[in-house]
Write a protein that binds this ligand. Sequence first.
Ligand SMILES: [Zn+2]
Length: 251
Amino acid sequence: MSDGLLLEEMTWPEVAQAIGAGRTTVVVAVGAIEQHGPHLPLLVDAARGDRLAVEVATRLGDALVAPTIRVGCSEHHMGFPGTLSLRRETLEAICLDYAVSLARHGFKRICFVPSHGGNFGPLAGMLEGLRAAVAPDCRVDAYTDLLGFMDFWQAGVGGHEPDLVARVGGHADIAETSEMLCIRPDLVRRERAEEGYVKTFDQELMDRIFGEGFRSVTPNGILGDARGATEQIGEACIRAAADGIVAALQA
Ligand SMILES: [Zn+2]
C-alpha cells in the first residue's frame, strides 16, 4: 500500500514528476530506537512511524513519505540497555535540514508526525523555527498532542475489546504490541508480554516519566499491560491514529 509514496524508493525524475503533478505535501515520521519492555524490539517507534506516515500520506492524498527519522529524544528511557537518544537540539537540527531540503525541491507542505511520546514536546518547541526557515514558500505542520494520541489508542482498543481499555498505558502496552503484530510480527516475543505499570496516562504521569525517567515508574519498561494484544486491535489503533492525526492536520 506504500506503492509510489516512498521518496527514498523513487528516482529523481519520478520525484520531479510527482511534484509537478501536485503531490506537494510530504510526511515525515519522527520515531525512536528505545526500550519497549521485555517483549518488543527497540525499533518499535521507528517501524510504527514508517507505517503511520504511509497511512497519513494516503489519507492526505497529495503526499509523499520522507524517510522516517529513526532515532528520537529518549533520555527518559536511557535507564534501559540499548536505547539511543538524540539531544533536543540534534533532533531540531535534523528536522530543520529535512524541511529546508524538501522545501528547496518545491514541496509546499511538510507534516512531521511523531510516533514516539518523547518527540511531541521537542517538535512543538521547534515548529516556529522550522516555519521561519522555509517561509514563505512552504508550510510546516506537526501533530503535537500526546494526550490526544492516547485517545486514539483507547478508541482503537475499546472498539474491539471494551473490557481491555484499561490496559492502554501508552508504552509497549496492548495497543502498541497489537500494532507490532501487524507491522513486524516476527519481532514480537508474545510469551514475554506482561503487565507493566497500569495507570491512566495523564499530565501527572507524563511529568514523572519525563522528569524522573521511565525506570523509576516501571521496572519492566511497560506502561499499561501488553497482554491480550491482537492484529485486529493493532489495525484499529493504526486506523484511529491516522484518522485523528489527519483530521488535526486538516483543521
Ligand atoms: Zn513506542
